[in-house]
Design a protein around this ligand. Structure first.
Ligand SMILES: Cc1cc2nc3c(=O)[nH]c(=O)nc-3n(C[C@H](O)[C@H](O)[C@H](O)COP(=O)(O)OP(=O)(O)OC[C@H]3O[C@@H](n4cnc5c(N)ncnc54)[C@H](O)[C@@H]3O)c2cc1C
Length: 414
């Protein structure tokens, strides 16, 4: 792999940039790997990366039925924050946020992490109490957040209307080191680093079955033939239920469409991320100038990867009260992804009833921000059988009633 640097750009300029080569190898499936990861989204690729980097396990294949990063990883609104309520959530999301800070250097790939700050608006008395409570919890967890007044919100977001008749702004939870990153660059950066370690990233390779010898995994069937492995990681977000069924166990998970849209580009007008959870809308401005807008989930389960039109209308109608200027913008594009929702709105990073099969899912509407931390924890779990960051997120919490309730922090919010 050629390292990217200012010197390399200058050197390649001498040959009209014809010498760069592929960012990652186009690999053919081998008959056997130590570890197979299903799903080349951010979480699957990060798992493979930290398996190699932290544990020296590099005989790894990452299998992807479509194209790398083409699932939710390439469809999200890229919000990164760690202001969660419960200690175990704050720990893994803060680990992730901290890893994002150095990720471009670590991967030698610019992921455009932009710690521009995230505000979660409180627009009802209930939210005021909820976010003040979260600010106190964050102080105890060592996560830097702050409860701010409406006046401070206005200073940070001059385009905001504080005194909407239905949704007045009563304050906000502010995380100055939250922000955004370029989503597909995160997938590409991890893929390139995995490939450089000798791992195989195999696109257009759908897993169609999980092979077992009794209660132990032996490999997978794919559209490109059977592949043996000692350990199997299922990291497929909205398709987790289907993969678990292939492996022979059930998951407490529902798959629903979540959608987002972008406006035409405008001049810089908002340099923080704003989330308005009461109205199910959130907004940031991309480097190109588009207003990136996300909404809530569809109210019915599905696998369509589209999202319904009425949701777009509802989201924009609600946001217009808080951001009147968007009423004059043309919306350019809308898209959807299938997110995997658990009942307590917290992820599952766990061993499973099948020996050698591990699952990482349930990130729902908010897993982009968790990619580095989740990959770190999943790799540790797969390599050592235990990870301190993941120990509360096991599957058996649903049978034991040990829920990690993040419905305030993660129900709609991203
Ligand atoms: C519209 C939208 C907005 C969002 N906004 C945010 C946000 O602002 N901040 C945030 O933190 N999170 C956000 N999220 C959530 C976030 O995108 C996801 O939690 C995260 O990307 C999940 O990553 P992943 O790697 O687990 O899944 P994915 O990126 O979906 O990757 C899973 C991969 O598995 C592959 N796969 C599935 N089945 C098979 C099979 N049988 N064989 C082989 N491969 C298979 C899929 O093709 C896919 O590429 C948003 C999501 C959406 C849809």
């Amino acid at each position: 792999m050629k390292r990217y640097s200012a010197f390399a750009v200058a050197r390649e300029a001498l040959s009209d940039h014809t010498g760069w080569g592929r960012a990652w190898r186009k690999a053919e499936p081998k008959r056997r790997y130590d570890v197979v990861i299903v799903g080349a989204g951010g979480h699957g690729l990060a798992t493979a990366y930290y398996l190699g980097k932290n544990f020296g396990i590099t005989n790894v294949a990452v299998l992807e039925k479509g194209w790398l990063g083409g699932g939710n990883t390439g469809r999200n609104t890229t919000i990164i924050r760690s202001n969660y309520l419960q200690d175990s959530s704050a720990a893994i999301f803060e680990k992730s946020r901290a890893l994002y800070e150095g990720l471009s250097q670590d991967l030698n790939y610019t992921v455009m992490f932009s710690p521009r700050g995230v505000i979660m608006l409180a627009q009802t008395e209930h939210e005021v109490r909820g976010y003040q409570r979260t600010a106190h919890a964050n102080a105890l967890q060592g996560v830097t957040t702050e409860w701010i007044t409406p006046q401070r919100v206005k200073e940070l977001v001059p385009i905001i209307n504080l005194s909407g008749p239905r949704y007045p702004v009563l304050g906000g939870l502010w995380q100055a080191r939250g922000g955004t990153a370029r989503h597909d660059a995160v997938a590409w950066g991890y893929a390139r680093a995995c490939s450089a370690m000798g791992m195989d990233i195999i696109q257009q390779c759908e897993v169609t079955g999980v092979r077992r010898d009794g209660d132990k995994v032996t490999g997978v069937d794919t559209t490109r033939g059977a592949i043996d492995c000692d350990k199997l990681g299922l990291v497929v977000a909205g398709h987790s239920g289907s993969l678990a069924q292939m492996a022979g166990f059930r998951l407490p998970i529902e798959s629903v469409a979540l959608q987002a849209l972008v406006s035409e580009p405008v001049k810089p007008c908002m340099d923080v991320v704003v989330m308005a959870n009461t109205v199910h809308g959130y907004m940031s401005q991309s480097d190109k100038g588009e207003m990136v807008i996300g909404g809530g989930t569809d109210g019915f389960n599905n696998y369509t990867q589209r999202g319904s039109f009425h949701h777009v209308e509802e989201t924009v109608r609600a946001l217009i009260e808080t951001f009147p200027m968007i009423s004059r913008l043309k919306m350019l594009r809308q898209w959807g992804g299938i997110v995997d929702m658990t009942g307590d709105r917290s992820p599952i990073i766990s061993q499973t009833p099948v020996e050698g099969v591990f699952i990482n899912c349930g990130w729902g509407t908010g897993g982009f921000k968790a990619i580095p931390g989740s990959g770190w924890a999943m790799a540790e779990l797969m390599a050592r059988g235990h990870s301190p960051l993941a120990e509360d997120f096991t599957l058996d919490r649903f049978t034991e009633g040990r829920f990690i309730d993040e419905s305030v922090a993660a129900g709609v919010a991203h």
